[in-house]
Design a protein around this ligand. Structure first.
Ligand SMILES: [Zn+2]
Ligand SMILES: [Zn+2]
Length: 214
């Protein structure tokens, strides 16, 4: 069984997920973006050791609580290397927004397409899905996708940001058609959905999208 918990944090209302294997009693934290005290409380409530922090990408709203979480749980941080330019400049970008920000220490491990990550007895495949960010990945396994800012309910991640690529995004979104329709999507923002629901109704996936993405 997979136990997925979440907290929605910070001014960007980012979803941080705790993936728990209740049988093996292990957990990983995905995209600790802000409000570390709430994330630490979520980990404490789960009552299992934390093994790692996995990042879908390195925008500031997904990485801002890393340092504070690691002061309590000194676990490795996993990031695709193509997002290091974003990761390393997160504090700089936060300053442009006028937001307080705790620049995280460099990541410890590199993610790559085809990696298989484990938490307890759970296994998740890493898909490199660039577009919103060059090193964006999703974690896929056990009938669910931790999707970061690739796909939202009724929308997709922005591609008008520095280091974004609309062409890469189109290629990444096209891969979603190969997933099981009942795959539950846990996105970086907003409510959960399924691949089938989005393929049927999301204007960015069903061919009715306007030529210019927001
Ligand atoms: Zn993002
Ligand atoms: Zn985001």
């Amino acid at each position: 069984m997979t136990d997925i918990r979440s907290e929605t944090v910070g001014p960007f209302q980012e979803n941080c997920y705790l993936v728990v294997d209740p049988d093996a009693r292990r957990a990983v934290l995905v995209d600790p973006g802000d409000e570390p005290e709430r994330l630490l409380a979520m980990i404490a409530r789960a009552g299992v050791p934390l093994d790692a922090i996995w990042l879908t990408h390195a925008h500031l709203d997904h990485v801002g609580a890393i340092n504070a979480v690691r002061r309590v749980h000194p676990v490795p941080v996993w990031l695709h290397p193509a997002d290091r330019p974003l990761y390393d400049r997160a504090a700089e970008v936060a300053a442009m927004y006028g937001l307080p920000f705790d620049q995280p220490e460099p990541p410890d491990r590199e993610l790559a397409e085809g990696d298989r990550l484990t938490v307890g007895g759970l296994r998740f495949d890493v898909l490199h899905t660039p577009g919103h960010a060059p090193g964006h990945v999703v974690f896929l396994g056990h009938g669910l996708m931790l999707g970061g800012d690739l796909l939202f309910r009724g929308s997709v991640g922005r591609t008008d940001l520095p280091f974004s690529s609309g062409a890469d995004m189109d290629a990444s979104l096209a891969r979603l058609g190969g997933l099981a329709p009942d795959t539950i999507v846990h996105p970086g923002h907003g409510p959960a959905t399924t691949i089938g629901e989005e393929l049927a109704t999301n204007p960015f996936l069903n061919g009715t999208a306007l030529p210019v993405r927001r």
